[in-house]
Design a protein around this ligand. Structure first.
Ligand SMILES: C[S@@+](CC[C@H](N)C(=O)[O-])C[C@H]1O[C@@H](n2cnc3c(N)ncnc32)[C@H](O)[C@@H]1O
Length: 282
């Protein structure tokens, strides 16, 4: 029954995964992407730009000494998942992958390092207390050591009623000094297009809240963005030599390059530190 339901409604994980060249998707996901792309042709580029940002953000975090990651809304496994990127630079990392979509768990083999250093849990990141209380979390994460919590290309799935500020801060507030938050979400500064996107996503059953850059700056106020701050993710420590993604599927190829036409629609984000608590060093 769940499989039948899955095949009838587009899912964020599968639509996004398709744009990255993934194979784990249904006709309903591909139809939704093809229906949406003419109005939002930049979406294909920005999906891929976000995934390239994930690589650079994780590499930066490992370089900053982070060895434990909580990847909220990790999506379907693809080529360079968080633990694979991180282990390239430090073999001793531990990763907890979290996604609400059980299909992610079903395809999780690629997310497991096979040495007990990665785990995948099905949970709702809008309930961060519940995620933190998951038994696997206690086994994998040492809250006395710095960690990184990743909310990459998921901010738009947090609507105002979810209290996104609370959601985004809960893990970080529990974490040791030196911990970081990596964040990105789709932004659209054109109010009409933003409202159109909200309506299309909501009609498809995907919770969605377009935001402007200013709204995200406000949401993350109180945290300290590392250089270059909160930006269009293409401008976050760009690296032309980073490993490329899998090719875009043929049906989406006509939309590739559309993000060059304008920058009012993009993935906006960065990496932020929680200010050090008074009297606690690090
Ligand atoms: C656009 S994908 C992003 C994947 C990955 N973070 C990346 O940046 O490549 C969004 C993912 O968030 C997941 N998601 C959406 N709402 C969620 C929630 N409330 N709790 C946990 N996962 C959620 C979706 O199932 C999907 O896999």
């Amino acid at each position: 029954m769940d499989d039948e339901l899955d095949a009838m409604r587009p899912a964020s994980a599968r639509v996004y995964g398709w744009a990255l060249g993934g194979k784990d998707n249904y006709q309903v996901d591909r139809d939704f992407a093809l229906r949406t792309a003419p109005a939002f042709p930049e979406a294909i580029d920005i999906t891929r730009q976000n995934r390239l940002f994930l690589y650079r953000a994780v590499r930066y975090l490992v370089g900053a000494g982070i060895r434990q990651f909580i990847d909220m809304g990790c999506g379907l496994p693809t080529d360079d998942n968080v633990h694979q990127v991180a282990k390239r630079f430090a073999p001793d990392v531990r990763v907890v992958y979290v996604d609400i979509d059980p299909v992610v768990l079903a395809h999780a083999r690629a997310l497991l390092a096979g040495d007990g250093s990665t785990v995948v849990i099905t949970a709702d990141f809008r309930d961060p207390e519940g995620v933190l209380a998951h038994p696997e979390m206690e086994k994998m994460i040492d809250f006395e050591e710095p960690l990184a919590v990743l909310y990459l290309s998921v901010g738009h799935h947090l609507v105002d009623a979810d209290d996104p500020r609370r959601v985004l801060r809960t893990v970080l507030d529990r974490a040791a000094d030196g911990s970081r938050l990596a964040f990105s979400q789709i932004v659209c500064s054109d109010a009409d297009r933003g409202a159109d996107l909200d309506a299309r996503m909501s009609a498809a059953g995907i919770p969605w809240r377009n935001r402007t850059r200013g709204e995200i700056d406000e949401l993350l106020k109180g945290l300290e963005p590392v250089e270059p701050g909160l930006v269009n993710v293409v401008d976050w420590r760009p690296d032309p030599d980073q490993p490329p993604l899998a090719p875009v599927p043929e049906e989406l190829a006509p939309f590739v390059g559309a993000s060059r036409l304008g920058r009012d629609f993009c993935e906006y984000g960065g990496v932020l530190r929680r200010p050090v608590r008074r009297g606690r060093g690090r």
